[in-house]
Design a protein around this ligand. Structure first.
Ligand code: PMP
Length: 331
């Protein structure tokens, strides 16, 4: 066994996450399903990577200078990543977030020293949507940059330059498929582009939650949403700049119930406490594995820690109020 390398900077803790073979999902798919442990990042989510790349890019372009401020609209995880990276580099953080996101994320952002601006959840077309509010705030604040994670392709670069090569190396260059859901699209597009650069044959699948419009877009060329989902951080209604040109070969639509099924099994059978987007990704990976067939190897993203959702996903009253199945051990 090799111990992880000693690191010269706390920022080097971002990325280089472990990859783990998922037993139950592999059995269900009839092939190998691997999970990239993004909850292992310092901010406990995949979004630390985008935060670091976006801030380094703003510095490199000369937009962000000492004492400056990073402003972002986020479902939470990107804000947590930005707050940590900004603290490490001496910047202030302002985060705009819809007020229906988990209390744990809001408490975490405040605890990290970010200034938090809560807005009502609205459609993207509404000028008060959290994305537009964050852009305006950045324009009005002296020395501020807008991270703009949805349309700033420094986001997907993090996954082209780091996540994909890590997966390729960890799987010894034998990767048959990759899938994950989309929030900004940075992870899916970036890992897809990065893996295809190693091997054009890697099959890339979109795993879309209900309530998102991308399944219909990639299947039929029409951006059309159906149903809804309580999953935080995923579910996109448009082609963001990060998604443009993403080499996507096939697509699956996964319900919250299917995602929760895997969240429950991974917790009880494999000791992994995850958020719902991870469960939805695993459901998509099982579907892709079944399609690719025995002997194949599929990777997906375990996006964030379940500890972020103790008052929602892991709470009986909350699950009942949403009409979702309650885990046996919470009854
Ligand atoms: N899962 C969670 C929990 C997230 O917070 C996000 C980011 N919004 C994603 C998945 C999706 O990642 P991306 O923005 O790279 O599409």
């Amino acid at each position: 066994m090799t111990a992880p390398a000693a690191l010269g900077s706390t920022l080097d803790l971002i990325g280089n996450t472990p990859l783990v073979l998922l037993k139950g999902p592999s059995e269900a798919a009839g092939c190998e399903i691997w999970g990239k442990c993004e909850f292992d990042n310092p901010g406990a989510s995949v979004k630390d990577r985008a935060a670091l790349w976006i801030i380094r890019d703003a510095e490199a372009r000369g937009e962000l200078r000492q004492g400056g401020t990073v402003v972002e609209g986020t479902a939470g995880n990107t804000g947590i990543g930005i707050a940590l990276v900004a603290n490490a580099l001496g910047y202030r953080t302002i985060i705009v977030m819809p007020d229906n996101q988990s209390k744990e994320k809001m408490d975490t952002l405040r605890a990290l020293g970010a200034e938090l601006v809560l807005v009502p959840p609205t459609k993207f077309a509404d000028p008060n949507h959290f994305v537009h509010t964050s852009r305006r705030l950045a324009e009005e604040t002296e020395g501020a940059v807008w991270a703009n994670q949805f349309d700033n392709i420094a986001n997907r670069k993090a996954h082209i330059e780091a996540t994909a090569p890590e997966i390729w190396e960890q799987m010894d260059g034998r990767v048959d498929g990759f899938t994950c859901a989309v929030g900004t699209g940075g992870t899916l597009a970036g890992v897809a582009m990065g893996l295809k650069a190693f091997d054009e044959q890697v099959c890339i699948a979109l795993t879309d939650p209900h309530g998102a419009a991308l399944y219909n877009y990639y299947a039929h060329g029409e951006l059309k949403a159906e149903g809804n989902s309580v999953a935080e951080g995923i579910g996109q209604g448009r082609i963001t700049a990060n998604l443009e040109g993403a080499p996507i070969d096939t697509q699956f639509r996964i319900s919250d119930e299917e995602g929760l099924y895997w969240v429950a099994r991974l917790l009880k059978e494999e000791g992994l406490c995850l958020g719902l987007s991870s469960g939805i990704n695993v459901a998509g990976a099982v579907a892709l594995g079944k399609q690719l067939g025995p002997g194949k190897r599929v990777a997906t993203i375990l996006c964030d820690t379940g500890f972020r959702y103790l008052s929602s996903l892991y709470n009986r009253e909350w699950l009942e109020a949403k009409g979702l199945p309650v885990f046996d051990w919470l009854r």
